[in-house]
Design a protein around this ligand. Structure first.
Ligand code: GCW
Length: 673
């Protein structure tokens, strides 16, 4: 159940008097989100407070305590105009718990369902106060992506096999899918892309499209639409054509045909997600066509049905490290900048938060400052691919916020990244965010109970990117583990310390995660970063370390930002310490703003980070008896492992740079075991 536990709470007489005796639905069709809202409220009231509320038809003039759920329009039609309801945007809702008639009214049925979950979140946190407010989404795209393969494996998934696929087909039993739908709806996610961006065309066979229809039927009552990833070469590999050239008429009609079939099974399909010309995936460049030709091919196919195309900006080539000016970080802007304005209106370019790949710290992708006439979306990763793969506790929102809150200063004006992708800054109608989640059949969903805070907070940020990291976390803790103060304070402390700790014992000062990048993306392997074509280089030798990304002497990457930001990163003096090695190649003896040398910072940060991680185990131990044994033990085992692994990280990285630089640790810890 994740955070939808509805664990039982005591309820005084006064508390009982605030609970509705009935639930009046403005739409009682069983497949409508309003109906789902009704069942959630009924179930929640029973489980949290042991209260029995009957679901009944609407009676506008009732004096008994009730909760009314539906859309504003349904409400007005049935009960006449109601002036106190503020104007709502698409999917927004108004929640008024000023009894006896509690009202949850959405601008859409999904909005009503979101409002119901908000009300339940209050109840489950023991909050029975009288409130009345409206809330609206920051952006229309609030998606999750799953990298599920047709054989049931999940690329970079750490929570077991797929809940959707097995053996090349859609699974029969979709019970878990329904549970996932509830979780996603409660955080106001409105679409899920069910298959891997490294896509297999066989999802498009008639049999599998039928299965996709079943998946969509399960998500629909929760206001969630299904989208799919496409393989660019499908017309050839699946369709038997001798080309997949996006401008070839036979290819165009093949895609429009397939799209018609998709919409026959899933009439409200959200759209297509496309990874093209990246990491071996086929794309338009095979035929010397542009990426926008590729994106528009699909945009035109889904246009008649109201669908959209999420086109990924994660496009780069293998590079040669012996060339000082080559830089994978430059790729996205190089590929996409000149295509600004060339994409159809229903195309959204989906951009990872940083220019490389979900690292422990990256500067904001400069592509957000280079697409002024193109809709964009932020791509985050809930699955902790480079960040400990759920075996390490890493609460991610503080990392995400370094990018979401960054001011790109386009045209010298405030241009927060979050205002760019939500469409505000450049006045785009479309925009929003997508997170790679990769839940599986594991009962914990992601592989660790504590990792679920990242999924919960992702949804909150997709709705409102200004939500505070700690506030979101604490709501999640109360919903997941109950209201005990010690539990709340302890998990808050551990979680808030976790990303800085992980950065401390993995790769700090902007050098990237220093994990194995060739295969597993797990565990320390600083040597793997260099001497290969992947371009996640550190350029470490016995004198110095870091990528020179300046315009004056390096790869020119800093010049991809608008002037003020470019100037800040161009100079060592104004580059923040935590991104120093991202932008500059310096000697190990270079002094940071903090006063420490780079090498001493490495040593110290690895010790501090690992020491902090070791406290997580003891902090958690203090919660014994306050959390059920099953979850307590599961988390304890993982934190025990993290304690040890953080030491392995610490020593592996410190020894590596000690051996490379020959510079001793002033505190005499490194190589003196
Ligand atoms: O981070 C890398 C991952 C790949 C992934 C790729 C991408 C789905 O290692 O597993 O492929 O990014 O985002 O496309």
């Amino acid at each position: 159940d994740g955070w939808l536990r509805y664990a039982s709470l005591p309820c005084s007489h006064q508390c009982q008097s605030k609970l509705p005796a009935s639930i009046m639905l403005l739409n009682v069709t069983e497949t409508s989100p309003v109906y789902a809202a009704g069942s959630e409220i009924q179930d929640g009231l029973k489980r949290i407070y042991g209260a029995h509320a009957q679901i009944s038809q609407i009676q506008c003039k009732t004096s008994s305590s009730t909760v009314v759920v539906g859309t504003v329009e349904q409400y007005r039609k049935t009960c006449g105009s109601s002036s106190e309801i503020p104007e709502l945007e698409e999917d927004g809702f108004w929640l008024s718990t000023e009894g006896p008639k509690i009202r949850i009214l959405g601008s859409t049925e999904s909005g009503a369902l979101y409002g119901a979950f908000e009300y339940l979140s209050m109840l489950a946190q023991g909050n029975l106060s009288e409130v009345s407010y409206a809330t609206n989404p920051s952006a229309p795209i609030r998606w999750v992506n799953q990298w599920d393969n047709m054989d049931g494996t999940i690329e970079r998934g750490y929570g077991g096999p797929s809940i959707f696929f097995n053996n090349g087909a859609i699974v029969d039993d979709l019970t878990r899918v329904k549970q996932y739908a509830r979780l996603l709806a409660s955080i106001r996610i409105n679409a899920v892309v069910v298959n891997n961006v490294n896509a297999n065309a066989t999802l498009l066979t008639p049999e599998n499209l039928k299965g996709l229809g079943r998946i969509a039927d399960v998500f629909r009552p929760y206001g969630i639409k299904v989208g799919i990833s496409l393989n660019f070469a499908s017309p050839e590999t699946l369709g038997g054509l001798d080309t997949f050239d996006p401008l070839d008429p036979s290819v165009i009609s093949w895609w429009s045909n397939i799209t018609e079939q998709v919409y026959q099974h899933v009439p409200d399909m959200a759209g297509y997600l496309v990874k093209a010309d990246s990491e071996g995936q086929p794309g338009p460049q095979t035929y010397n066509r542009t990426l926008s030709d590729g994106a528009n091919l699909f945009a035109r196919a889904v246009h008649p049905y109201g669908g959209i195309v999420m086109f990924r900006a994660f496009v780069y080539n293998q590079l040669n490290e012996s060339n000082w000016t080559e830089d994978r970080a430059n790729a996205a802007v190089n590929f996409f900048k000149d295509l600004d304005g060339e994409f159809d209106d229903n195309v959204v370019v989906q951009i990872k938060y940083g220019p490389i790949d979900f690292q422990v710290r990256e500067p904001a992708s400069p592509l957000f400052a280079n697409l002024l006439n193109t809709s964009t979306a932020m791509e985050l990763e809930v699955t902790q691919e480079y960040l400990g793969q759920q075996s390490h506790l890493v609460y991610l929102p503080p990392l995400w916020k370094t990018v979401l809150d960054f001011d790109l200063r386009v045209d010298g004006k405030p241009s927060l990244v979050r205002d760019v992708y939500t469409g505000k800054r450049f006045k785009r109608k479309l925009g929003g965010s997508a997170a790679v989640v990769n839940v599986g059949t594991n009962t914990t969903w992601l592989g660790s109970h504590l990792s679920m805070s990242n999924l919960y907070a992702y949804g909150r940020l997709a709705w409102n990117p200004t939500d505070d990291s700690q506030t979101m976390l604490q709501d999640w803790i109360r919903l997941t583990f109950g209201l005990d103060r010690t539990v709340l304070n302890t998990i808050t402390k551990m979680s808030m310390e976790s990303w800085p700790a992980y950065e401390g014992y993995s790769g700090n000062l902007g050098i990237q995660t220093l994990t194995d990048i060739l295969y597993t993306h797990y565990g320390p392997n600083p040597a793997s970063q260099d001497n290969n074509g992947w371009g996640q280089w550190t350029r470490a030798d016995h004198i110095g370390i870091g990528m020179d990304r300046t315009v004056s002497n390096g790869t020119g990457f800093s010049g991809q930002y608008p002037d003020e930001v470019a100037a800040m990163y161009e100079s060592i003096d104004t580059t923040p310490d935590d991104l120093l090695l991202w932008f500059h190649h310096v000697n190990y003896t270079h002094r940071l703003h903090s006063g420490k040398t780079v090498i001493q910072h490495f040593y110290d940060a690895h010790y501090t980070g690992a020491a902090t991680a070791q406290t997580f185990f003891t902090q958690w131990e203090s919660l014994k008896g306050k959390i059920d044994d099953e979850r307590y033990n599961h988390v304890l085992r993982l934190l025990d492992y993290q304690s040890g692994h953080s030491i392995i990280w610490r020593d592996a990285i410190n020894n590596f740079y000690y051996n490379l630089s020959g510079i001793p640790d002033t505190a005499n810890r490194v190589n003196h075991h």
